[in-house]
Design a protein around this ligand. Structure first.
Ligand SMILES: NC(=O)c1ccc[n+]([C@@H]2O[C@H](COP(=O)([O-])OP(=O)(O)OC[C@H]3O[C@@H](n4cnc5c(N)ncnc54)[C@H](O)[C@@H]3O)[C@@H](O)[C@H]2O)c1
Length: 260
């Protein structure tokens, strides 16, 4: 059988995607139902979730949930909803993140904005991963988790609440991968570059710094997300940060050589 047919086992595997109302999370959730995986689409905004499901290849496999993942009770409500609708979640994608505003630099960002960024990205990511892992471990069932981090986990963004939250997530991926590998639960980070997906409004001039010559789209991330989530394709990959950035992170003070 071809390696690339049936990357998932829809009879036993189910997914939960946060941030599924927009951008990268939406593209990944839609791709998962396209592969036949029953998937919970979770986001802050119900209208966005419903629109994402309506535009998905197999909407009948999607379950909607809306709520604020900065709240612990909402995270627990989402987990309970997932259990009640699709059963044990084996594949978790954490893409939800509050908007980044350029005005929130080091001297301006307020406590609430700081707290919200960390609560949604890092704290919700940790709490939901741990609760899902508890059940998988008890049931002796493998799992695959994917957390959306950023190139700014390692380099400043002039938004310290954002870069520190992503740096925390990058280490969380390593901690969880190491702790849960023996139970067959893989945990990886997907690291987007400059993706015009809604969360990031890029200056088109940025394209000249990207070796592949263009800004990214959410659909550039989804195939790699599925590959890393799939045990069949990435069964020996855990604790990894998979960069999908068209080469943006290779940019430094040396311009590439003139070849023509
Ligand atoms: N777009 C990029 O260039 C880029 C680059 C690096 C990292 N990332 C990361 O990838 C992920 C997706 O980025 P995107 O550009 O698709 O973002 P996006 O803003 O388009 O989507 C994020 C989604 O999260 C939801 N959300 C925000 N706060 C929430 C909350 N409190 N509870 C529940 N849902 C909430 C939003 O409603 C939105 O639908 C984010 O974690 C982002 O930090 C994106």
């Amino acid at each position: 059988m071809s390696l690339f047919t049936s990357p998932f086992d829809p009879a036993r595997e189910t997914a939960l995607v946060t941030g599924a109302g927009n951008g990268i999370g939406r593209a990944i959730a839609q791709a998962l139902v396209g592969e036949g995986v029953r998937t919970v689409f979770a986001d802050l905004y119900e209208d966005k979730v419903l629109a994402a499901i309506k535009a998905a290849p197999r909407p009948e496999l999607a379950v909607a949930w809306a709520g604020d993942l900065a709240q612990r009770a909402a995270c627990d409500a989402l987990l309970a909803h997932a259990q009640a609708t699709v059963g044990q979640v084996t594949h978790f994608v954490h893409s939800a993140s509050p908007p980044r505003r350029e005005a929130d630099h080091a001297m301006a960002v307020d406590e609430e904005t700081w707290g919200q960024m960390h609560a949604v990205n890092l704290e919700a990511g940790f709490h939901m991963s741990r609760e899902l892992a508890r059940k998988l471990i008890a049931a002796k069932t493998p799992g695959s988790f994917l957390l959306l981090t950023s190139l700014h986990a390692g380099t400043p963004r002039n938004l310290p609440h954002y870069s520190t939250a992503k740096a925390g997530m990058a280490m969380l991926v390593k901690e969880l991968a190491k702790s849960w590998g023996r139970y067959g639960i893989r945990v990886n980070a997907l690291v987007p570059g400059a993706i015009t997906a809604g969360g990031f409004v890029a200056d088109p001039a940025l394209a000249k710094h990207i070796p592949l010559g263009r800004l990214g789209q959410a659909d550039d991330l989804a195939p790699m997300a599925l590959a890393v989530l799939s045990h069949k394709l990435s069964g020996y990959v855990t604790g990894a940060s998979i960069i999908v950035d068209g080469g943006l992170s290779l940019t430094n003070w040396f311009a590439p050589p003139e070849l023509d």
